[in-house]
Design a protein around this ligand. Structure first.
Ligand code: 4AZ
Length: 829
C-alpha cells in the first residue's frame, strides 16, 4: 500500500519490525532428533544442553528486547504548564534565570512537581523530570516543562493522568505537597501536552508524518507536537506536504519548519497555516540531513491537519542544481526547487552571455524571495551584479537590463526564512531598440503598444499614460493622462488632478448628487436612493432647503458653521445640534495596527472585536448605539465561511486583550446590513451595519462613538486615531492587546495618485507617508476616529491598503459622513 494512502495509520518508526525480529531470535528445539534418540544417556546430555542453550537464548533475547527495543517504543511527551505559588512574593531577580533567587525557587518548584507526579502511580512510572523556564508576577507564577517517557499506546492514559492532576490543583484548590516548614503553597496548575517524534529516513525509503489524528479526526486543541527528522549523512531532506489544512490565522494554529533539530529562530525556514490546495502544497528542502517540524494549536478551531512525505535527496540532484553559463539570444533559469521553496544557505551564480553587440534584458515572471523587513535586502536576494539587488515580492515581469552583452546573476539565501524563489528569462536586444515592437516604460518594462494611453497604468509607473494625445473616446486630463470618456463626471477623480470631475453641472430639472451624478429633481426625497451615495435622500425629514454642505437642525434651520454638533453651543436655537451627545467619550481621564502601542483599558470603549463563532478575531467594528455596530462590508462577504450570515459571528464588547474574551461582553447578531452598493472589486462603499441580538448596557468599557454629520469635513493633515487587534506588521500575526496609533488625513488627489487612481469619494486616506504606521489585516471594520469638541467621532472604517505601513501607501478608510443618511435610515441612530 502506498504509505501516502489515507488508509494507513501512524506507525512509530521502524521499531515494530525490530520487535518482530527479536521474537524470531528465540530458537526452536529440534523435535525430530529428540524423538529418535530418546532413552540414551548421551542423548539425554545433548538434550539437556540444547534445552539449556534454548533457555539461555530466551533470557538473552528477553534482555535484549527489554533494554534495547522496548525503550524504542517509548515516546517523549512534554507537558508545559504553569502553577501559582501563593506564599511567595515576586522579586525582580526571578526574571533572571542565572540569579541564585531564581535557581533556589526553581529547585523548590521541581521538588513540588516531583512530589505531585508521585501521587499518581501511572505518572510516577513514566516521569523523567521537570525544568522551570520562567517566573512572572501574581503572586509568583512558575512556568515549567515536565518530561515523560511514555510507552506507545499509553499516551491517552498519561494525558488523562496529567489533566486529572491539573484538576486536583485547580483554581480554588490550594495545596501544599511537601509538608515541610517553608514549603511552597500553590494552586492554578495548568498543563498542556506536547508530543515529540523522532524519525530517521534511510536510503530510498520514504517516511510519512501526519498531524495526530489525521486523517480520521481533527488535530487536538492546545497541543505542541514536534517531529525531529534525520536522514543519512551527506543527504538532504525533502518535506513535501500533500495535505495541508490548518486554521487560517497563524496566531492560533501553525506549522513551523526548521533547518535544524531544535526550534531555533535562526533556522526557521517558514511558518505556515491555512489551507493549500494539493497542487500548491508547500515543499521544503533542508540544507543538511536534519529538519524539525512543529505543530502548535490553540484551544479553538481545530482543522483536519496535514500529512507530508519525507524523502532523502542528494545535494547534487537536478532539482537543486543551479547557476552556470547561459549563452544564446534568449533562455531561462530559476531558483532551486522552483516553484517550491528553495533551501536555506544556497548560493547560485549564472553567467549570461548574448551575441556580441547586443545588450541583455532579464525578466522575472515570478519573484518571491524572503527579504526580512528592510528594502536593503538583508536576507535572501537576487543580485544583478553591478546593477541592482532584488528581494521580497516583485511585480510579475519585473525587468532589469544591462548595457553589455554579459550579465552576472547571483542568488543567495541565508540560514532562515525561505520562499518560493523566482523564474527568469533573458533576451538579447539591439542597443538602439530595447523594446522591439513594444512601448518602453520609464522603468524599462515593455508593454504592448495598444496599452499606451488606454487609461490604465500598465507600466506600473504610469509612463504609458503620460503625454497622451487623446482620441474622441477619451477625456484629455490637464496632467496629460487620457481616461475613458464614460469616467467623466462619475464622482471619481480618475485623472488625478480632478479634470474629469470639473464642469459637471446638471441640466435644468436635475438634482446634482454629492458625487456629481445628476438625477431628476423629482427623485429628491422620494424615499428611494437614486444617487449612488444616497445624497438625494439626505436632510429630507428635516429641511428640504438645506444643502449637503450645511447642517440641518430639527427646527428646519440650516447651519453653515462646520461641525456644529456637540460643541457646547446651541447653534440651531432649539439645541438639536447639542442633543444625542452621549457618545465619543471614554470613562477615565487619561490620555494592531502597525507602528502602534497598547491601548489603555477603556480608552476606546466603542471598539468591538468580531469573532467567527468559536474561532478567532477576524474584524473590528464600532459601537454606535446600544443595538448597532458599524463595520466594513468586506468583512461580511461570503467566502468559504458564510460571513454574511448573522449566525456566523459573535461580537466582543468591552474587550481589551484577546486573552480575556471570557470576561468580555459577548453578543450574537440579529442582522447584518451590508451597503447595497458595496463593490467587492474596488472596495467602494465598504460599510456594513450589524444589529446585536440584545442591547448592551453602556459602562466604563462599553460606550458608543459619535457619528459625524453628513457635512463634516476632514482637513488634510488632521490627526486621526486607528485602533484594532490586527497584524502588527505586514504578513504578521494579530495583536493580543488592543493597539492604537495616530495617523494623518491625506489629501484625496495626492492619495489617488499614490494609489493609482483607485480612490473614490466614498473613501478617505490616512497614514504616515514615510511608512511605519498603518492599519493592517484584522483591523478592517474598526474605527478611524477624530477628535472634535472633546469627543471622538467615527470618521472612517478601516477598509483596505496596498500592504501595510509601506512608504507612500496610505491606509484607505470608508468615508463615514458619506453614509450618514444611510446609517440613520437603517438604524435610526
Ligand atoms: C486588511 O487586509 C487590511 N494598510 C486593512 C488595512 C490595510 C491593509 C489591509 C491598510 O484587512
Amino acid at each position: 500500500m502506498d504509505p501516502m494512502d489515507g488508509g494507513m495509520r501512524y506507525n512509530p518508526g521502524s521499531s515494530d519490525k525490530d520487535w518482530d525480529q527479536a521474537v524470531t531470535f528465540l530458537p526452536a528445539s529440534d523435535n525430530k532428533k529428540l524423538e529418535k534418540k530418546s532413552g540414551s544417556g548421551k542423548v539425554g546430555v545433548i538434550v539437556g544442553l540444547v534445552i539449556l542453550a534454548a533457555v539461555l537464548a530466551l533470557i538473552i533475547g528477553l534482555l535484549v528486547w527489554h533494554f534495547h527495543f522496548r525503550k524504542d517504543l517509548k515516546l517523549q511527551k512534554i507537558y508545559t504548564g504553569s502553577l501559582r505559588i501563593t506564599n511567595e512574593a515576586f522579586v525582580d531577580a526571578y526574571e533572571n534565570p542565572d540569579s541564585p533567587e531564581f535557581k533556589s525557587l526553581a529547585k523548590q518548584v521541581m521538588i513540588q512537581l516531583n512530589s505531585m507526579y508521585s501521587e499518581s502511580p501511572l505518572l510516577s512510572k513514566y516521569y523523567v523530570g521537570s525544568r522551570v523556564q520562567a517566573f512572572s508576577e501574581g503572586s509568583v507564577i512558575a512556568y515549567y516543562e515536565s518530561d515523560f517517557a511514555v510507552p506507545v499506546g499509553q499516551e491517552a492514559a498519561v494525558d488523562q493522568g496529567v489533566s486529572k492532576l491539573s484538576d486536583m490543583y485547580g483554581s480554588n484548590k490550594v495545596r501544599k505537597l511537601v509538608e515541610k516548614p517553608g514549603a511552597l503553597v500553590f494552586d492554578h496548575v495548568v498543563s498542556s501536552a506536547n508530543l515529540r517524534f523522532s524519525q530517521h529516513t534511510r536510503g530510498s525509503e520514504d517516511e510519512i508524518i501526519r498531524s495526530p489524528g489525521f486523517p480520521d479526526k481533527p488535530y487536538e486543541p492546545n497541543s505542541f507536537v514536534q517531529w525531529q527528522l534525520r536522514g543519512d549523512p551527506g543527504y538532504l531532506l525533502k518535506l513535501a506536504f500533500d495535505t495541508f489544512n490548518l486554521e487560517q490565522n497563524c496566531s492560533n494554529d501553525f506549522v513551523r519548519v526548521y533547518d535544524s533539530l531544535v526550534a531555533n529562530d535562526k533556522f526557521l525556514m517558514a511558518e505556515k497555516c491555512g489551507y493549500y490546495s494539493p497542487t500548491d502544497s508547500p515543499t521544503f528542502i533542508s540544507s543538511r540531513n536534519v529538519m524539525l517540524v512543529t505543530l502548535v494549536t490553540n484551544e479553538e478551531g481545530n482543522y483536519p491537519g496535514f500529512r507530508a512525505r519525507i524523502t532523502q535527496i542528494r545535494p547534487d540532484s537536478t532539482e537543486l542544481t543551479c547557476g552556470g553559463r547561459l549563452t544564446g539570444s534568449s533562455g531561462s533559469f530559476q531558483s532551486p526547487n522552483f516553484p517550491n521553496y528553495y533551501s536555506p544557505n544556497t548560493t547560485c551564480q549564472w553567467e549570461i552571455e548574448v551575441p556580441v553587440g547586443k545588450f541583455v534584458k532579464l525578466k522575472f515572471p515570478k519573484f518571491l524571495v524572503s527579504s526580512g523587513s528592510s528594502s536593503s535586502c538583508p536576507g535572501d536576494y537576487v543580485e544583478i551584479v553591478g546593477k541592482s539587488k532584488l528581494c521580497g515580492q516583485q511585480p510579475a515581469n519585473t525587468m532589469v537590463t544591462v548595457n553589455s552583452n554579459k550579465m552576472t546573476v547571483v542568488f543567495y539565501s541565508n540560514s532562515s526564512h525561505v520562499d518560493r524563489g523566482f523564474s527568469a528569462t533573458f533576451d538579447a536586444f539591439e542597443p538602439t531598440d530595447p523594446c522591439p515592437e513594444m512601448f518602453q516604460c520609464d522603468n524599462k518594462r515593455c508593454v504592448k503598444p495598444t496599452m499606451r494611453c488606454d487609461g490604465w497604468n500598465d507600466c506600473g509607473d504610469s509612463s504609458d499614460e503620460k503625454n497622451c494625445q487623446c482620441d474622441s473616446t477619451m477625456i484629455q486630463c490637464r496632467n496629460g493622462f487620457c481616461k475613458p470618456l464614460f469616467w467623466q463626471c462619475d464622482g471619481v477623480n480618475d485623472c488625478g488632478d480632478n479634470t474629469d470631475e470639473m464642469n459637471c453641472g446638471c441640466k435644468a430639472g436635475e438634482f446634482k448628487c454629492s458625487d456629481v451624478q445628476c438625477v431628476s429633481e423629482k427623485l429628491k426625497c422620494d424615499g428611494n436612493r437614486d444617487c449612488k451615495d444616497g445624497s438625494d435622500e439626505e436632510g429630507c425629514s428635516r429641511e428640504m432647503s438645506c444643502t449637503v454642505s450645511t447642517y440641518a437642525c430639527s427646527n428646519k434651520k440650516c447651519i453653515t458653521k462646520q461641525n456644529p454638533q456637540c460643541d457646547g453651543q446651541d447653534d440651531c436655537g432649539d439645541n438639536s445640534d447639542e442633543s444625542s451627545c452621549n457618545c465619543g467619550k471614554k470613562a477615565f481621564k487619561s490620555s494592531r495596527v502597525v507602528g502602534g502601542q497598547d491601548a489603555i483599558v477603556g480608552e476606546f470603549p466603542w471598539q468591538v472585536s468580531l469573532h467567527v463563532k468559536n474561532m478567532a478575531h477576524v474584524c473590528g467594528a464600532s459601537i454606535i448605539s446600544e443595538r448597532w455596530l458599524v463595520t466594513a462590508a468586506h468583512c461580511v462577504q461570503d467566502d468559504k465561511i458564510k460571513f454574511s450570515q448573522p449566525g456566523t459571528w459573535e461580537a466582543y464588547l468591552g474587550l481589551h486583550t484577546q486573552k480575556d474574551k471570557q470576561t468580555a461582553t459577548k453578543r450574537l447578531l440579529k442582522q447584518i446590513i451590508p451597503h447595497p452598493y458595496y463593490n467587492a472589486y474596488t472596495y467602494d462603499n465598504d460599510i456594513a451595519l450589524m444589529e446585536l441580538d440584545s442591547p448592551v448596557t453602556f459602562s466604563d468599557t462599553i460606550r458608543p462613538i459619535c457619528l459625524p454629520s453628513a457635512t463634516d469635513v476632514f482637513i488634510t493633515g488632521d490627526v486621526v486615531t486607528i485602533t484594532g487587534w490586527g497584524a502588527t506588521r505586514e504578513g504578521g500575526g494579530g495583536a493580543t492587546v488592543l493597539q492604537k496609533a495616530q495617523v494623518r488625513i491625506i489629501n484625496d488627489t495626492v492619495c489617488n495618485q499614490l494609489m493609482t487612481g483607485q480612490i473614490t469619494s466614498r473613501m478617505i486616506c490616512a497614514g504616515v507617508l514615510t511608512g511605519g504606521v498603518d492599519a493592517c489585516q484584522g483591523d478592517s471594520g474598526g474605527p478611524l476616529a477624530y477628535f472634535l469638541n472633546d469627543r471622538m467621532y467615527l470618521a472612517g472604517v478601516v477598509s483596505w491598503g496596498d500592504g501595510c505601513a509601506r512608504r507612500n501607501k496610505p491606509g484607505i478608510y470608508t468615508n463615514v459622513p458619506k453614509f450618514r443618511g444611510w446609517i440613520k435610515e437603517k438604524t435610526g441612530v
